[in-house]
Ligand binder design. Structure first.
Ligand code: URP
Ligand code: ZN
Ligand code: ZN
Length: 467
């Protein structure tokens, strides 16, 4: 069965041009000058007046993550369906090894959650919650046999996922040997815990104190320390996750300027939301925006610097860190004590739109939009050129995006399993029109045509983004 996406403007990381995209089965077979595709009994997707882009890749999600005494509220079913609605056709979720647990058992548990439940293709990173000799050996096995080539470590959350500097160094050395990437949650969790206890002792219990006890300096310090540890590990590739602050970005920029294999992502919440406006909302409302790293102050230059970092490639990727919790019964676990609010924001459905708004606002080019939401994540995490590009031989993961459409973000209309929206009322001057995953239509004409179980596990290779 062939399908032709015709009449649109193909946007890729390297350029924009009118083209018709011919799909055979699950794969793109050719791009043609408009109207030049061979005749055939093609199913036609009319993209006239619209952009045609590779399906989005969200390289940072947490479906069903057990965290803060509860579980992230999206399952692989609900979360990947919402992703599809928003033009994301691949997620890379984090399988978890908890402290004391065998890495392979943690991975098996994650496969059990995801298998047969996903609407879009999925891959895994592995969280290492306990770096010991067995975990180090398991890293080699995951890279060689399981298609998992990136490992997340935490400098935050003592007693939960935290690794000390010795454990971090050993994991980095191992990654340097087996070709993997170390992903780092860079916040000084030991110092943060002191500030949290001091704040609670002063009776400062409201959600805004989550942000105030996680100051920028402790993100910058940890980012710097991670970069230096990776240097000691003979330039182990390092990827800083959910970077939120100007000073942390400066650390990444300096390392990149020195030619190091240091990369970073940011997330839409750090580009649009603030400590005062969201986390500081009246009463307990701010709990909706408790996430780590935290939202930063609007009185500082974070938004401006992060958008600039996206332009300069000191920020290479935009992921969501999708980790949704409902307000009722989940965020409410922290009523009277901000340190008990489960950390996380949901946004897997809105990343493509929120970054497109950056194009409309003149902050990013069209090509850079596609690069940061699809092409670089594919290259960074060993999925390219199967994913992240519209080219012959690539999977036919295609999004038709309508620049004349409009999207209003709201809990009333979103598809994530959340009882609120972090972006309630946001207006986007564009709209996801049609979504294909491996040639199958998931979204068209405002209707959902996808199905649970369509999504397949992707074994990833090594990063092809290293210098
Ligand atoms: O607040 C966050 N980011 N929750 C998810 C876990 C993590 O640290 O990525
Ligand atoms: Zn994290
Ligand atoms: Zn995360």
């Amino acid at each position: 069965m062939t399908l032709l996406v015709s009449g649109g403007t193909v946007v890729g990381a390297t350029g924009t041009h009118p083209a018709d995209v011919l799909v055979d089965g699950e794969t793109i077979v050719a791009l043609y000058a408009p109207g030049r595709a061979p005749d055939g009994d093609h199913r036609v997707v009319d993209a006239t007046g619209k952009y045609v882009i590779p399906g989005g890749i969200d390289a940072h999600t947490h479906m069903e993550l057990p965290f803060g005494g509860t579980n992230a509220s999206d399952t692989f079913d609900t979360g990947t369906r919402a992703a599809a609605y928003g033009g994301t056709t691949t997620i890379v979720d984090f399988a978890v090894q908890r402290t004391g647990e065998v890495v392979q058992d943690g991975l098996a548990a994650w496969h059990a959650k995801a298998e047969g439940n996903c609407h879009v293709d999925y891959a895994f990173h592995m969280i290492l919650g306990g770096v010991d000799d067995d975990a180090l050996k398991a890293m080699d096995m995951l890279v060689a046999e399981e298609g998992i080539s990136s490992f997340k470590l935490f400098m935050a959350y003592p007693g939960v996922f935290y690794s000390d500097d010795g454990q971090i160094l050993r994991a980095m050395q191992r990654a340097r040997e087996n070709g993997a990437m170390i992903m780092m949650h860079a916040e000084n969790g030991i110092a943060i815990d002191v500030l949290v206890q001091q704040a609670l002792a002063r009776g400062e219990t409201a959600p805004i104190h989550h942000g105030l006890t996680r100051p920028e300096a402790l993100e910058a310090e940890a980012t710097h320390r991670a970069i230096r540890l990776a240097e000691v590990a003979r330039d182990c590739p390092l990827y800083i996750v959910h970077l939120s602050a100007s000073q942390a970005l400066a650390q990444v920029a300096a390392a990149r300027h020195a030619g190091r294999n240091v990369f970073a992502e940011t997330c839409p919440q750090y580009l649009y939301l603030t400590l005062e406006d969201q986390l500081g909302a009246p009463g307990f409302e701010g709990a909706k925006w408790v996430c780590s790293t935290p939202l930063r102050s609007r009185h500082e230059s974070h938004h401006r610097d992060l958008w600039q970092g996206l332009r300069s490639n000191d920020l290479a990727v935009v992921s969501t860190d999708h980790c949704p919790f409902c307000f009722k019964d989940q965020k409410e676990l922290g009523l009277g004590d901000f340190s008990k609010i489960p950390n996380g924001i949901g946004g897997v459905e809105h990343r493509v739109d929120l970054l497109y708004q950056g194009v409309v606002d003149g902050r990013l080019t069209l090509e850079r939009w596609v690069e940061t939401i699809a092409t670089t994540p594919a290259r960074m995490f060993g999925l390219y050129p199967r994913k992240g590009v519209l080219a012959p031989g690539s999977d036919a993961d295609i999004v038709v995006y309508d620049p004349a459409g409009r999207t209003t973000i709201s809990v009333q209309t979103h598809h994530m399993n959340m009882d609120h929206s972090a972006y309630e009322g946001y207006e986007i001057a564009g709209r996801v029109d049609t979504v294909l995953s491996r040639g199958s239509v998931l979204v068209a004409d405002g209707t959902y045509h996808g199905r649970r179980g369509h999504g397949r596990y992707l074994r990833r290779g090594l990063s092809t983004y290293l210098s």
